[in-house]
Design a protein around this ligand. Structure first.
Ligand code: FMN
Length: 448
């Protein structure tokens, strides 16, 4: 089902989760508007984008269940399946050019991205048209390992792109190249299967190839093919692959751009990519992720949960589940359930969670009976199992997310709520009220 972008779309259509929009739509806001209205409900497939023959798709996975299904598991198996793949990446398989669908069309001259593809404008203050769903692939020239991530890409000219590279793996490789006076070669793969898309977001030590994590998640090698103008291997079934290089010592204005916290990231001088080749399948489909939609949030959230779970496990082995909730942008709020065995343990969970990622700002720890994917249950635990004088942890002046507007350029406070029941409490004090037979009762037997 989830082998390629197209087979996943076919699967969504068969299961009535693909809304086909034949009405003519504008690239400016209208694609984003309709996709956002369908967010969390259905994927959108725009067949008639003003001035373009190429259709646009958005929202291919906008619920946790969608990702679970693509991974061949259920909601509760997502984190363990992802963690296993991160721990044991598997090799990819290189196809020949003739075997690779993305090589059906290769364009090396007169590249004009906006003429070729319907690249939308999403939010009112966005600086222009953005590619938001491209796997950004680079290679470490020393180890020859590839690195994959997603970056917002502003169309700045016919074959020129402005890119936001936060200081992680891709940025590190770019700085190495720039210091040596060289460009960093890159490839951008648009329209891949949801499993490969999710794998691109894995938090791994430097040197791990996320495409190999995709192979492990798929239980079969991901098929790759060599690029034309750069020394990079890309998913052979991608809809579109752009090839290019990030230029050394050049910075140009990029942004503002509506980001995952539902605020704008600022306009500043950023790195610039020159595109040297375009590859695409016959009848390509353009794929866009509307920033701050569930798809965007979950893509970051699920791999973060896998990494967070492993961090807490080292400190408190009785951790049961973790949830980075959408209201917390799937980055800033961590909810953790544990089977408490020692007093004080929940505070250790708070410390471990805050140490896992600078993005995590608020942590709520509950007992295992609380369904942490149900935010009403979480609020109930805060309301009835928490006292601010002894259950609150506050840390001042720590590094947080620069995209959180309430921080001072990323510096701000952290907070943890211990909502676990004291181990020595009276049994009746925290006994949940229960109606015998409630869980098994089916209303159909009582109401026609
Ligand atoms: N990270 C950035 O540095 N800049 C971006 O513009 C950016 N945009 C993203 C857009 C989407 C839709 C998603 C899902 C993620 C985005 N990210 C961005 C996050 C990175 O892709 C992600 O953190 C990745 O795991 C980093 O990989 P690396 O540590 O191997 O470099």
């Amino acid at each position: 089902k989830a082998r390629t972008f197209r087979t996943w779309l076919e699967h969504l259509q068969k299961t009535d989760r693909l809304a086909v929009i034949d009405r003519k739509v504008s690239l400016q806001y209208e694609v984003a508007m309709v996709a956002k209205k369908l967010d969390g409900k259905k994927a959108s497939y725009f067949t008639n984008v003003e001035e373009y023959d190429v259709p646009v798709v958005s929202g291919i996975c906008s619920t946790r269940e969608d990702f679970a299904e693509a991974l061949g598991t259920d909601q509760y198996g997502v984190i363990s399946k992802f963690s296993e793949a991160v721990a044991a990446p598997a090799p990819c398989r290189l196809l020949t050019k003739q075997e690779a669908p993305v090589k059906e069309n290769i364009i090396l001259e007169d590249i004009d991205l906006m003429k070729m593809f319907p690249i939308p404008v999403h939010h009112d203050k966005d600086s222009g048209n953005y590619i938001t769903a491209g796997l950004f692939i680079v290679r470490d020239p020393v180890t020859r390992k590839q690195n994959v991530s997603i970056h917002r890409l502003q169309i700045s000219g016919k074959n020129k792109i402005g890119v936001l590279l936060l200081p992680r793996h891709t940025f590190h490789l770019y700085k190495q190249a720039e210091e040596a006076g060289r460009p960093l070669e890159c490839a951008i793969a648009i329209g891949v299967d949801p499993v490969t898309l999710l794998a691109s977001q894995a938090s791994t030590p430097f040197g791990v190839d996320e495409l190999e994590i995709a192979s492990a998640l798929r239980d079969e090698p991901l098929e790759l093919v060599r690029c034309e103008t750069v020394d990079i291997d890309v998913p052979a079934c991608a809809e579109i692959v752009l090839e290019g290089k990030i230029l050394p010592h050049i910075r140009e204005p990029e942004g503002p751009f509506g980001e995952f916290p539902k605020y704008y990231g600022p306009r500043t001088d950023k790195e610039v990519i020159e595109i040297t080749a375009v590859n695409h399948r016959n009848n390509p489909i353009f794929y866009t992720i509307v920033a701050a939609g569930y798809e965007h949030l979950l893509l970051g959230g699920i791999p973060r949960e896998a990494s967070l779970f492993q961090s807490i496990l080292q400190t408190v082995p009785s951790v049961k589940a973790v949830h980075m909730s959408p209201g917390g942008t799937c980055r800033y709020h961590a909810i953790v359930s544990i089977k408490k065995r020692n007093d004080g343990e929940a505070k250790n969970v708070i410390l471990a969670a805050l140490a896992n990622s600078f993005d995590i700002k608020h942590v709520v720890v509950t007992d295992e009976d609380v369904d942490i994917f149900n935010m009403e249950e979480v609020e109930w635990a805060i309301a009835t199992r928490y006292q601010a004088d002894k259950d609150l942890v506050v840390i001042h002046e720590a590094q947080g997310s620069k995209l959180d507007p309430s921080t001072r350029d990323g510096v701000g406070s952290k907070m943890g709520f211990d909502c676990t029941v004291p181990l020595n409490s009276e049994p009746m004090q925290y006994l949940r009220i229960q109606i015998p037979g409630y869980d098994e009762c089916s209303l159909d037997e009582y109401i026609n």
